[in-house]
Design a protein around this ligand. Structure first.
Ligand code: F1P
Length: 349
């Protein structure tokens, strides 16, 4: 019996490829009514969620802005609920509320506030049909095979991201973008099998006492989500920064026991690799994730060889990082399925 079998988290991480495939297949079957609705011209789009799904909203907003070409923003559910006027939301816009459970109080409150004050259209992305959120929106889009028994989001997050990417391609009627997404499940499978050993090696190295995630553009939200996995699953001190921001003060915390994980994007890789080289000179250990082989010289590297443009690639950065957090939790004798102090849904009274 595989020593991981009793862990839901491990099985959920390793099954992402099939969740992505099932979600893409499901999303390809849309009604004419939905296609007309999602393609309605709107002055802006806002994504919202909490915790992981707020970070997902950040990635989603970058992708939607680029692929669909409309002003798009991301806000935590609590900010949209309690500080709505600060957002200065345009009428007749679209709110996309993302929630694995469909039950998180702040996200539900944000949705009701948006409907009352902005009177815009609303779409829910969730893993659970019939969840509370589905009763308060105009349209619902579901992932498939992405529900989870563990608290920390893994396949639910990346499947809701792949779903968002697909919907952006549908909205903009960009068939080439939609085609590129079909490659993701196969690449995910290959990345997981190629790099599980490295993830276990890094997860087992308890000398590393803090993890810094660096990501820019679309990858900043991915860096934030990976940071949260390190905290939730393995109780590791972790922080996320935009690549170039790290020099402006935070780099002061770098020690020889710091692991810096750089999610390098083609669009700015020279500048981003320079940051990693400087941090290596400060003594940090560096894990670089890129699409193609980069000049050597870093301690560890993950090469995605995705064959897709950077705007399609974002979900592929996460599975190995989820595994690092998982193996680190196991090495520390923790239960990654049930992180300390956490529940899988935050319901406020
Ligand atoms: C949001 C959330 C997760 C977090 C934890 C508690 O849930 O805050 O981001 O990791 O699982 O719930 P949801 O609204 O996406 O269900």
């Amino acid at each position: 019996m595989n020593q991981n079998d009793e862990n839901f988290t491990y099985n959920e991480i390793m099954s992402q490829s099939s969740s992505w495939k099932a979600t893409l297949d499901g999303a390809s079957k849309q009604s004419v009514e939905f296609l007309e609705w999602i393609r309605k011209p709107r002055p802006e789009v806002v994504f919202t969620g909490c915790g992981s799904t707020y970070y997902l909203s950040m990635v989603a907003a970058s992708i939607w802005r680029t692929i669909v070409g409309v002003p798009t923003d991301a806000m935590p559910g609590s900010e949209l609920w309690l500080y709505t006027d600060l957002a200065y939301l345009k009428p007749a816009s679209l709110l996309v509320a993302i929630s694995r459970s469909g039950e998180t109080t702040e996200t539900l409150k944000a949705l009701l506030r948006y409907r009352a004050s902005v009177k815009g259209d609303t779409l829910a992305l969730t893993c659970y049909a019939g969840s509370e959120i589905t009763h308060h929106v105009d349209q619902v889009q579901l992932t498939h095979l992405a529900d989870e028994r563990s608290v920390a989001q893994t396949r639910s997050f990346t499947s809701m991201l792949v779903l968002t990417q697909f919907l952006a391609g549908l909205t903009a009627e960009k068939q080439d973008y939609i085609e590129s997404l079909q490659k993701l499940p196969g690449v995910c499978e290959k990345v997981l099998s190629t790099y599980e050993g490295l993830a276990r090696e890094l997860g087992n190295d308890l000398e590393m006492d803090q993890v810094i995630l660096l990501g820019s553009g679309i990858n900043y939200g991915i860096a934030c989500e990976a940071m949260l996995k390190m905290k939730e699953m393995s109780l590791t001190s972790s922080q996320a920064f935009h690549f170039m921001e790290f020099r402006h003060g935070p780099k002061s915390i770098v020690t020889p026991n710091t692991l810096i994980i750089g999610l390098v994007n083609d669009l700015a890789q020279d500048q981003e690799l320079k940051v990693l080289e400087e941090m290596k000179a400060l003594g940090a250990r560096i894990l670089v994730l890129t699409d193609k082989p980069e000049r050597a010289g870093f301690d560890f590297s993950v090469e995605l060889h995705s064959g897709v443009p950077s705007i399609s690639r974002a979900p592929l950065f996460l599975p190995v990082l989820q595994l690092i957090a998982y193996y680190r939790a196991k090495r520390k004798g923790l239960n990654p399925d049930q992180p300390k102090n956490l529940s899988s849904v935050v319901r406020l009274s």
